[in-house]
Design a protein around this ligand. Structure first.
Ligand code: ZN
Ligand code: FE
Ligand code: FE
Ligand code: ZN
Length: 266
């Protein structure tokens, strides 16, 4: 069975990953992948926004690094992408980024909630104890829904990221993700099966099986991503992700070329 593309990979430019694009590409080749995509953390309008992304003046260098990998690995399809932070109010900036290069896709990810809190940052773990878990999840999914409706993204990243450290609400979250998935289906936005969750405290692929089942029922397309922050993480646990996708009924994933979605069996 052919492996689906790994569409979520970082590079050393984001300051918390290691490895040049060529090293990720070499690893992908060794695993038998035929397609990958680089989706490093996008710059913000202001470089002092935080310290875990490339600076704006590194964007062209990032693109050139990916182009170099494309030249060095002609046997491998290598997509040019970004993982873009979605926060309400950032739409104009994201449109500006979109116009700068011929991107294949943008992964829209919510890492921040109100109060400037990056909910997946281990340095800010204590803040989870200051707020009701359900309130964080509710705000997260509300913002994720806006991201899906924005028309700015082809893929939504790690759709249930708030589970990362295991702070799960007692209350039922189904209405939260139902609304998000309806928006994704309506706007033809894909979600990713992100295997990085297996390497975190939650020990689970993002998103969880119930969310994926609801996504399948609504016809939301899927992609696969390791969220590799090191070359050895490329394609990690893809067999498990494919197994999960098959188990809920998916038999096709999708590709993106210059923002165009194409379905393909896996
Ligand atoms: Zn990262
Ligand atoms: Fe992310
Ligand atoms: Fe990522
Ligand atoms: Zn990520």
């Amino acid at each position: 069975m052919p492996l689906p593309p790994d569409y979520h990979m970082h590079t050393l430019l984001c300051r918390h990953a290691t490895g040049e694009p060529a090293e990720y590409a070499a690893r992908a080749m060794a695993l038998g992948l035929t397609e990958i995509g680089f989706s490093d953390h996008s710059p913000m309008r202001r470089d002092d926004f935080d310290d875990w992304r490339m600076r704006f003046d590194q964007l062209d260098e990032y693109v050139e690094n990916v182009r170099q990998a494309q030249r060095d690995f002609p046997q491998l399809v290598i997509r040019l992408a970004l993982e873009v932070d979605y926060l309400p109010g950032q739409e104009e900036w994201i449109r500006e980024l979109a116009g700068r290069h011929p991107w294949d896709y943008f992964i829209g990810s919510v890492h921040y909630c109100s109060g400037g809190w990056d909910i997946d940052n281990p340095k800010n773990l204590g803040r989870w104890r200051e707020r009701e878990a359900f309130d964080v999840w509710a705000e997260y999914f509300a913002w994720l829904t806006k991201a899906a409706e924005s028309g700015l993204f082809q893929i939504i990243g790690h759709a249930d990221l708030p589970k990362k450290f295991g702070f799960r609400p007692q209350r039922d979250c189904e209405p939260l993700y139902e609304r998000f998935l309806s928006a994704a289906a309506q706007h033809r936005v894909a979600i990713e099966l992100n295997t990085a969750g297996l390497r975190k405290d939650c020990r689970e692929i993002y998103p969880s099986r119930p969310i994926l089942e609801a996504a399948f029922a609504k016809g939301v397309p899927i992609t696969f991503g390791s969220d590799a922050h090191a070359p050895e993480e490329v394609g990690m646990n893809f067999a498990e992700a494919m197994h999960l996708a098959h188990a809920v009924g998916y038999n096709e994933g999708c590709h993106f070329e210059r923002l165009e979605l194409q379905r393909e069996k896996f």
